[in-house]
Design a protein around this ligand. Structure first.
Ligand code: FAD
Length: 477
C-alpha cells in the first residue's frame, strides 16, 4: 500500500504552486488537513474579520479538493495533538507543510520536528509564501537589510523567482473523520457586522486568481498614478488573498511579467505594483530579524515615548468620529468592509499616533481585529513605519495633515461622501474641514457640528506641536 503523507494546510489555502503538496503527492497518498487552534499566537490569534475570511476560504478549498475526489480534514486543537491523532488514525508516515514565519511558528515547528522525528515520522517544511526566503538576500557584509530600497534592488538582481508549479495529480487518502467548518463559528452573529461582505469579497483560490487576472487585464495601467486615490479601485486588493495564501507571490510575479509584455505602456505601473509586493517581502525580512516587532519598537528610544492618548480618543478614532472627515471615512471603510485603502491607513495611523498621541500598538491591535488582510509582518511593520519607530520608517516629525491629505488625495470628497454620508451635502471646499464652513452653509447642508457630526477632537496645529514636543523628549535618548 502507498505511503500516506499528511499535508498540513496553514496560511496556504490553495492547490496551485504549493511545493509541499507536490512533494507529498510524489511520495504516495495525501491526507489534506487544516487545524484550527484558536489560541495559537495568543493575542495575535486570528482577528474577527480574518476569521470571517477563513470560513469562506476553507469552504472554497474543501470544494476544490472534493472536486478532485478528496476530502479536506478539519480538526480543532493544538497542532501537535491533532497531528499525532491523525497519524494514528491514518497510518501516515510523513507530515509536510509550508513554512510559516510568525514569531511563534519557529518554536512550534521545532517542537513538532523533534516529536515527530522521535516517532519515526518524516516532518518537512517547504517554502511557498514568499518570493525570497528571509535571510536569502543579504547585504555585501552578509547581514539582512534594514532599508527597503537597497533590499528590493538586491532582490531584483538576485535569481528570478522560479515559475509557479501546477496542481499535482493527487491520490487522496480518504475515510478520516472531519469536523464541520460551520461548527467553528468563525462568522460573526449577533450582531453580524460582516453582513454584505459576501458581495465585496470572494475568498478562496478561484477568487484570488480572478482578482489577479482582472487587475492585470487593465486596472494596473492606472496603478502608478492612481494607487493613492482612495475613492478609486486602482489597487489590486490581493492582500487578503495573499495573507491566506490563496495565491502565491510567485504566481503574481510571473503573471505580472507576462502582463508587461502584453501591456508595455503599463510596464512602469507593473514594476511599482511589484515593488509593493516587495514591501511585503521586506516586512517578513524585518520580522525574521526582530521577532518582537509586533510588540516592541524597533528603535529602542521609542520605549520611552510619552504616549498620552485617552481611551475616549481611541474610541472616537475606532468609530470614525474624530471630526476629521478623511480619518473618519477610513475608519468606517475598515468597519464596513474589512479593508482600508493604503493611503488612508497611513493618514489614520499618523492621526492616532501623532494627533492623539496614542501608542501604535492600540492601532495595530484594532487593525488586527478589523482587517481581512491582517498580517503579522505587514501590520506591525507598517504601524512602526507610521509611528516613526520602525527600521526604515517615516520620520516621526513627518506628521500628516489630515486636511491637506484629504484635499490632495480625495479632491472632490468622493471617498469622504461615501463613508461619511452625514456631511455629503457640503460643498467640496469644506468637505475636509466642515468646521470652517459658514453657519449658513452648514445649515443648508443639514449639519449641526457637535450633533450630527463631531467637532474636531483635537486642533490640528496644537496637536502637531504636542507631538513634536513629545518626540523631542525621546529623540536623543
Ligand atoms: P496593492 O497596492 O495592490 O499592493 C499589492 C500587494 O503588495 C498587497 O496586496 C500587499 O500584499 C503588498 N503591499 C502593498 N503595500 C504594502 C505595504 N505598505 N507593506 C506591506 N505589503 C504591502 N498590509 C497587509 O497585507 N496586512 C496588514 O495587516 C497591513 N496593515 C497595514 C497597517 C498600516 C498602518 C499601513 C499603513 C499599511 C498596512 N498594510 C497592510 C499595507 C497596505 O496598506 C496593504 O497591503 C494594501 O493596502 C493592500 O491593498 P492592495 O492589495 O490593493 O495593495
Amino acid at each position: 500500500m502507498a505511503e500516506t503523507t499528511i499535508f498540513w494546510f496553514r496560511q496556504d489555502l490553495r492547490l496551485t504552486d504549493l511545493p509541499g503538496l507536490c512533494a507529498a503527492a510524489e511520495r504516495g497518498a495525501v491526507l489534506p488537513v487544516f487545524i484550527h487552534d484558536p489560541s495559537l499566537g495568543n493575542e495575535w490569534s486570528l482577528g474577527g474579520a480574518s476569521q470571517w475570511w477563513l470560513h469562506y476560504s476553507l469552504k472554497s478549498l474543501q470544494a476544490s479538493i472534493e472536486a478532485r475526489g478528496g476530502e479536506l480534514i478539519l480538526r480543532r486543537g493544538a497542532p501537535e495533538d491533532v497531528l499525532t491523532a491523525l497519524i494514528e488514525e491514518s497510518g501516515a508516515s510523513a507530515v509536510y507543510s509550508s513554512r510559516q514565519y510568525q514569531p511563534w511558528a519557529t518554536s512550534l515547528e521545532t517542537t513538532l520536528h523533534e516529536t515527530l522525528t522521535d516517532e519515526g515520522i518524516d516532518y518537512k517544511r517547504y517554502a511557498g509564501t514568499l518570493l525570497f526566503e528571509p535571510g536569502s538576500v543579504l547585504t555585501g557584509g552578509g547581514t539582512p537589510y534594514k532599508v527597503f530600497t537597497p533590499f528590493w534592488r538586491a532582490c531584483l538582481q538576485s535569481e528570478a523567482p522560479r515559475e509557479p508549479r501546477s496542481i499535482p495529480d493527487v491520490e487522496w487518502h480518504v475515510g478520516v473523520r472531519s469536523e464541520s467548518v460551520e461548527d467553528w463559528n468563525l462568522r460573526p452573529s449577533n450582531p453580524n457586522w460582516a453582513d454584505g461582505w459576501e458581495s465585496l469579497w470572494s475568498p478562496g483560490e478561484e477568487g484570488a486568481t480572478r482578482r489577479l487576472d482582472d487587475f492585470l487585464a487593465g486596472t494596473v495601467k492606472h496603478y502608478g498614478d492612481g494607487r493613492d486615490i482612495p475613492a478609486e479601485a486602482y489597487t489590486s486588493r490581493l492582500s487578503p488573498h495573499l495573507k491566506f495564501g490563496e495565491i502565491s507571490p510567485r504566481q503574481i510575479w510571473h503573471a505580472a511579467q507576462y502582463a508587461k509584455q502584453r501591456l508595455p505602456e503599463a510596464a512602469e505601473s507593473i514594476d511599482k505594483f511589484l515593488s509593493e509586493i516587495g514591501w511585503r517581502e521586506f516586512c517578513y525580512t524585518l520580522l525574521d530579524q526582530f521577532p518582537e516587532m509586533p510588540n516592541k519598537p524597533f528603535k529602542a528610544q521609542f520605549d520611552h515615548f510619552p504616549w498620552a492618548g485617552t481611551q475616549k480618543a481611541l474610541k472616537a478614532w475606532q468609530k470614525g468620529l474624530t471630526g476629521y472627515p478623511i480619518v473618519d471615512a477610513g475608519m468606517r471603510e475598515l468597519w464596513q468592509t474589512g479593508f482600508m485603502h493604503n493611503r488612508v491607513r497611513m493618514i489614520t495611523g499618523s492621526f492616532l499616533t501623532k494627533h492623539l498621541l496614542t501608542h501604535w500598538r492600540a492601532g495595530e491591535l484594532w487593525f488586527w481585529d478589523c482587517l481581512v488582510d491582517a498580517d503579522i509582518a505587514s501590520n506591525a511593520c507598517s504601524w512602526q513605519w507610521v509611528a516613526g519607530s520602525g527600521a526604515d520608517a517615516s520620520p516621526y516629525f513627518r506628521i500628516f495633515n489630515p486636511i491637506a491629505q484629504g484635499e490632495k488625495f480625495d479632491k472632490a470628497g468622493e471617498y469622504v461622501r461615501r463613508y461619511v454620508p452625514e456631511i455629503a451635502n457640503l460643498p467640496d471646499k469644506y468637505i475636509h474641514k466642515p468646521w470652517e464652513a459658514p453657519a449658513s452653509i452648514l445649515e443648508q447642508s443639514g449639519i449641526v457640528l457637535g450633533d450630527t457630526y463631531p467637532e474636531p477632537i483635537v486642533d490640528h496645529k496644537s496637536a502637531r506641536q504636542s507631538a513634536l514636543a513629545a518626540y523631542e523628549e525621546v529623540k536623543n535618548s
